[in-house]
Design a protein around this ligand. Sequence first.
Ligand SMILES: [Zn+2]
Ligand SMILES: [Zn+2]
Length: 873
Amino acid sequence: MSELPKTYDPKSVEDKLYKFWVDSGFFHAEVNPDKKPYTIVIPPPNVTGQLHMGHAFDETLQDILIRTKRMQGYEALWMPGTDHAGIATQIKVEENLRKEEGLTRYDLGREEFLKRVWAWKDKFGNRIISQLKKLGTSCDWDRERFTMDEGCSKAVREVFVNLYNKGLIYKGHRIINWCPHCATALSDTEVEYETQPGKLWHIRYPLADGSGDLVVATTRPETFMGDTGVAVNPNDERYKHLIGKTCILPIMNREIPIFGDEYVDMEFGTGCVKVTPCHDPNDFEMGQRHNLEQILVFNEDATVNANGGKYEGMDRYECRKAVVKDLEEGGWLVKIEDHEHNVGTCYRCGTTVEPMTSAQWFVKMAPLAKPAMDVVNEGKTKFVPDRFSKTYLRWMENVHDWCISRQLWWGHRIPAFYCDDCGEMTVSKTDVCTCPKCGSKNIRQEEDVLDTWFSSALWPFSTLGWPDKTKELDYFYPTSTLVTGYDIIFFWVARMIFSGVEHMGETPFKTVYIHGLVRDAQGRKMSKSLGNGIDPLEVIDQYGADALRFTLATGNSPGNDMRFSDERVQASRNFCNKIWNASRFIQMNLTIDKDKAVELPSDLAIEDKWIISKFNTLVADVTRNIDQYELGLAAAKLNDFIWENFCDWYIEIAKTRLQTGDENVQKVLCYVLSGAMQLLHPFMPFITETIWQALPHEGPSVMVSAWPEYKDELHFAAEEAQMESLMDAVRAIRNRRAEMNVPPSKKAKVLILTEKKDTFSAGAGFFPKLAYASEIELIDAVPADAAKMASVVTGDAQIYMPMGDLIDFEAERARLGKEKSKVEADIDFVMKKLNNPKFVDKAPEKVVAAEREKAEKLREHLAKLEESIAALN
Ligand SMILES: [Zn+2]
Ligand SMILES: [Zn+2]
């Protein structure tokens, strides 16, 4: 046990303690049939990412849960790891390659480029992990995983082949979201929509039979070369007669059919729409229904391809300008309207997504979605707060097939192998070198890799050893709680649930605890472009990890966003200092045996029973709040108990007894403080460990000590009520003295008229110190000279203090007299203004009203002063 230094310096303890915990193996979990398992899998951060406030929030909440459960006797496993983050990582390496060497990935070739990505991963992959450690996260680092390590890759292949063999993965020519910048397909979830101002161009298409023309309205004239039809609503009286006819695509001079489809909104534009199956998802569907030709007009970089005629080679926006100009010159452009529309952008790079048809791999979702909805409907997986189960179910109900192929190099390459000689495709868990059909050795593996979420969807069981049947899977799966933000419910949570149900036959989590986003002090999202992001590492550097964690834990409730400000961190830091100073004071006053944990003495004073009972209630409350994921409430209760009940009241009362060497009070102080450090430990691991170690204790660390439990025999309702009476009286006396401006050094006799004489005689000792009493007297009747006393009334007592004890009459009269003159002068000054017609007429009404109000207030003040002066005589 070491002596606590004068001030708490997080830097001098954090790294040391973290190393002590790791070296002691406290974070490590093993299959243990004697204990119940509690498991959390970390949302794997991007391997080359950097810790931001969102991570810090997420990890703090997980660490609070895992540390609590560990202390409660569970075999608590927090499975850590990182995600290869396909697009994000590849883009970073490509950018670096371009900047440093002026090369693209194609210059290097696939193999060489992947070597560079692995090198990049080796260089930066540990950064995020070491940053997580700075927060104090108690992950089982012995089990750290990576979505592209051998085991996880094996799981990916197993899942792919199983789903393919069941007909749940297929390759199809479909319309997908294409990012021209990232040069890859994106799933629906990876597209972000924003409203942008745009135009609606009205274009005239002549009828092929020469009987007139029709006008289509479009937001995207640059795709018109790919039009293969014009659609009208079959119920539209204006156009019914055109159905079955054909019209001529201007400039391209191609004849295209006019057909009826109920999808067409009669109210929108002209009621005639051009149909471009290759570049619009709705048009694609219409094309399927009406057997339209598919004409792709863009290349992968969104420049116009050979199907675009004279526009070949232009980019999308250049092409739009040229097309509009040509239409106008040809007399085809009827009018242009302003029109706001929803534009899809790439969630990674922000480029406007181009819908395009292409050959991609898909997971057939309908058969997987049904059982994944069942586990939530049946309560096998609960969302906290519950409203997110509706969000989840709604998405699952309407889920589209999942496009899982990406035209990237960094990721799990799709295990499909093509024979160049006979065209056979083989999907296999092991690499294929010989064609099973013709025996040819000319085999090529699919170029595409899998969506990065394909592997993270398997995270809860791939990290526990699946597809092997491991004892870990048996013991730790299904996991207990998943902690994550509402922004990745679809990307990740939904996919883990259907994957777990499909491959493990059981939901991956019992509870999904959804938290909100960390916003800045003004409630804005933290973002690079606003420059309002706060670096958690800087906060740790300045205030310590505990202050950061406590700030993130308080003021948050499940599912809701939270605001982060410097003032809030400072308040947490002040809380640390308050705890530190109190602990240090207690430590310096200890004479009891410091080498074993204290036991409560049998002889307890009223205030001892009160604080023990309060603490006992706190144990029950905090335990229940954490169980119900109300971590913010638990933190607030800990803060209130330690700050007010323990520091401001109990320690103050205890001081007198400490001076007399009373060992019982030392024991109670240590008992309550140690217990409070245990309850606070999950929130503030570093300072609590330091203090717990400095108090009498048994065992190597607070983090493996047994969580305090509520004990019936430590509930002292009567003493709590008695203490409340006494505290009310003390507060009332202090307030009355403050009103009368009496300094603490000025002691006064306190006369107490009460029916609860026992209580007040038991607590008589508190009054000299807490209520600045020179003497206490319990009386039976209102004193005869009560008129000359200051009095206060509480629920249980009438309290009298002789004025002569409180006030130096001469000095007070002088002080009041002086104040009275000043107020009178102020009144004169204001009245002069108000009596001046120039001011009253010319000054703005508001200013005049303010002056009148000021005069009114001054007069009230004066009246009170006169009353006080009269009372002194
Ligand atoms: Zn992109
Ligand atoms: Zn073959």
